[in-house]
Design a protein around this ligand. Structure first.
Ligand code: AP5
Length: 219
């Protein structure tokens, strides 16, 4: 199964990608995670991307398309994948179609998680991420059992640079202007499944499974 997870910053894409990955045995490709790792490791890609991430702007399309084209050719993507955070512009979506055509495949679904801006800001400003395994927490909505430490691996939790108030506002603006047009783009192609993102993680997870399972029993 090949799925795109679409939605504004803080919608819960990363949170929902995990259970999908586990249920269907497919890999999660989070472009945000790949970029942040490259920045941490001072890789050439990280040097190119750092200033865009800090400002909450999008990394140029040609850089992202090259990155995704290479990633999707790796062995762990053969059974399928969840694209989390890609595509984010119409040129990226068009480029993805070409990449998949070259690989002899196409997308099965595009899930768009939607929720009001006030909730997004609350989720982003309280998010904490595990340095070691990438586990996601929220200081109020989903706190770890031990403060500052990951429940799964004991790794240290940190606040992402781009989860500061001014950068959150910039990221939400970028979503509205550059990424939101993809909702209509994929609706026209008959791939879009809209998910109400208000509720607990478990509630959203069952909506996600329902949206996929109703037409595609892959369990
Ligand atoms: P990226 O890492 O993709 O960030 P994003 O799209 O802004 O999404 P987030 O990771 O912030 O949120 P999410 O929807 O995954 O929510 P989460 O599950 O964490 O991109 C970062 C940057 O990289 C971009 O700004 C850009 O610069 C660059 N970039 C990446 N891809 C690019 C591309 N394709 N092109 C160009 N540039 C690109 O949840 C958020 C919080 O809410 C967590 O604390 C979580 O615990 C909590 N939560 C989740 N669900 C629930 C729930 N149901 N109830 C309560 N709490 C919940």
């Amino acid at each position: 199964m090949r799925v795109v997870l679409l939605g504004p910053p803080g919608a819960g894409k990363g949170t929902q990608a995990k259970p999908l990955q586990e249920k269907y045995g497919i890999c999660q490709v989070s472009t945000g995670d790949i970029l942040r790792k490259a920045v941490r490791e001072h890789a050439p890609l990280g040097k190119q991307a750092a200033e865009y991430l800090d400002r909450g702007e999008l990394v140029p399309d040609d850089v992202m398309l090259k990155l995704v084209a290479e990633r999707l050719q790796e062995k762990d993507c053969e059974k399928g994948f969840i694209l989390d955070g890609f595509p984010r512009t119409v040129p990226q979506a068009e480029g993805l179609e070409q990449i998949l055509r070259d690989l002899g495949s196409g997308l099965d679904f595009v899930l768009c998680i939607q929720l009001p801006q006030g909730v997004l800001i609350q989720r982003l400003s309280g998010r904490r991420t595990c340095k070691k395994c990438g586990g996601l927490y929220h200081i109020l909505l989903n706190p770890p059992k031990r403060e500052g430490l990951c429940d799964s691996c004991g790794g240290e939790l940190y606040q992402r640079q781009d989860d500061r108030e001014e950068t959150i506002a910039a990221r939400l603006r970028v979503f509205e202007t550059q990424t939101a047009p993809l909702v209509d783009y994929y609706r026209m192609k008959g791939l879009l499944r809209e998910i109400n993102g208000v509720g607990s993680s478990e509630e959203i997870r069952s909506r996600v499974f329902q949206a996929l399972g109703a037409e595609h029993d892959l369990s």
